[in-house]
Design a protein around this ligand. Structure first.
Ligand SMILES: Cc1ncc(COP(=O)(O)O)c(C=O)c1O
Length: 434
């Protein structure tokens, strides 16, 4: 029996009592050892930035406007930066005006502020299953009840969303909002098809819904394509979340929310209560980056690098994975979502994987309801190209051994194995649910 030794336990607020460190966090310390090939953290390849250019940008900010950069600023964020970030949105075809924007400490603070703005304990939020760990964290920290909508290779299954909305109506309840990551989703690595985006917009109108559209990866499409945003379809119903973390650098901790004006005003008040204002220093670094550097070229360079890494990973998976393992094929960004035969538990397997010097994130962290035990996220953006095959090879070896074990216990006709193999033959990239 584990004794709980936290002497403050009885005093915590209800929203804190159920919180515990995520598997991802516990992982970071081990997975960052050089001998481990880590497909765990969703980290951009910041080493691909032109560091001399970044140094010149930071120096210019201090030299030309040091006193302002080191001073407090306004709660909404600097108007100069807000105007520039609308240009980034327009580059992706997303409408926006500087007045609509609130600058945040990354997309993560944006998600937390939006949750704080709308969620009372027990309120329901509908979200893709699986979905972003930090998105779940922001919701559960505000005591939301997260209900998942299944996904497949075309993103959220919007007809399942329609059913969930009808089910809620039958219960006399309604969702506070729908949380979606339509482009190159974290963790599933798939994008919502265009017809589904239109159907989502239609359902939002029909059910009088708010949609929180989280879009860190839209500009990282391997074919340089842009997808229609939900914001452009139903602007008055969408709270849009952006970030420069994946197109410039997460270290500047700069994101933003574009929201209808009344919501924007509440969000500014909430953010002032949390941290007064975003950092002038990092806002001005981002401004100077966007005005003096070829940022569109940098995004292209990042995207080409990630496309190359994704091809290496997909090729390695094809050659190294045992039969019965399935995975998604990303069209952009960072992630491959892997489903293993049911006898294998990816949370249990992690310690062995790290022992074999390869790391991933077990699937359970990406669901609020504990499913995902037969899934894992592999992130290919960070490890160097020449280590990707090595890492996938180690994981393949481990899974081969694990499946041998499952067969030894259940026999070759283990029902879990057979059904998963058949499913793979019939619908490669079919339903991603756990
Ligand atoms: C889907 C999604 N939303 C939001 C974030 C938050 O990123 P940041 O706070 O660095 O902008 C991430 C980071 O990985 C993400 O994957």
């Amino acid at each position: 029996m584990r004794l709980d030794t936290d002497p403050y336990l009885a005093r915590y607020a209800a929203r804190v009592k159920g919180m515990s460190a995520s598997e991802i966090r516990a992982l970071f310390s081990v997975a960052s050892r050089p001998e481990v090939v880590s497909f765990a953290g969703g980290m951009p390849a910041t080493s691909a930035l032109d560091m001399e250019a970044v140094e010149a940008v930071a120096a210019q900010v201090i030299r030309d406007a040091g006193a302002t950069a080191l001073q407090y600023g306004g709660g909404q964020g600097r108007p100069e930066l807000r105007a520039l970030l609308t240009e980034v949105m327009h580059h992706e075809g997303i409408p926006g005006h500087a007045d609509d924007l609130v600058i945040t400490v990354g997309g993560q603070q944006a998600l937390e502020l939006v949750a704080r703005c709308f969620i009372d304990p027990g309120d329901i939020v509908l979200a893709e299953g699986p979905t972003y760990v930090g998105g779940i964290g922001a919701l559960t920290a505000n005591q939301a009840e997260v209900r998942h909508i299944p996904m497949d290779a075309d993103g959220m299954q919007v007809e399942a969303l329609a059913e969930a909305l009808d089910q809620l109506a039958a219960e006399g309840r309604r969702a506070k909002y729908v949380y979606t990551i339509p482009n190159h989703q974290n963790p599933a690595g798939v994008s919502m098809s265009v017809p589904r985006r239109h159907r989502l917009a239609e359902l939002a109108e029909q059910h009088d819904l708010i949609v929180v559209e989280d879009n860190p990866y839209g500009l990282l499409d391997f074919a340089g394509r842009t997808w229609p945003s939900i914001r452009e379809l139903i602007p008055e119903r969408v709270i849009y979340v952006g970030t420069v973390s994946k197109t410039f650098a997460p270290g500047v901790r700069t994101g933003w929310i574009a929201a209808p004006r009344p919501v924007r005003d509440k969000l500014i008040l909430l953010r002032e209560a949390a941290d007064l204002c975003p950092s002038n220093l990092t806002q001005m670094i981002v401004e100077t980056w966007l005005t003096t550097q070829p940022w569109r070229e940098q995004i292209k360079r990042f995207t080409e690098l990630y496309r190359e890494k994704s091809e290496l990973m997909l090729h390695a998976l094809d050659t190294e994975m045992p039969d019965g393992v399935d995975w998604t094929v990303p069209k952009g960004a960072f992630y491959v979502w892997l489903t293993v035969p049911r006898g294998v538990d990816t949370s249990d397997l992690l310690a062995k994987a790290i022992n074999q010097r390869v790391a991933y994130v077990p699937g359970r962290g990406f669901y609020a309801d504990g499913s995902g035990g037969d899934q894992m996220r592999l992130c290919f953006s960070y490890p160097p190209q020449d280590r990707i095959h090595e890492g996938v090879g180690r994981l393949g070896e481990l899974l081969h051994a694990e499946l041998e074990l499952v067969r030894a216990v259940f026999g070759d006709d283990a029902p879990q194995l057979r059904s998963r193999r058949d499913a793979r033959r019939e619908t490669r990239g079919g339903n991603l649910g756990g």
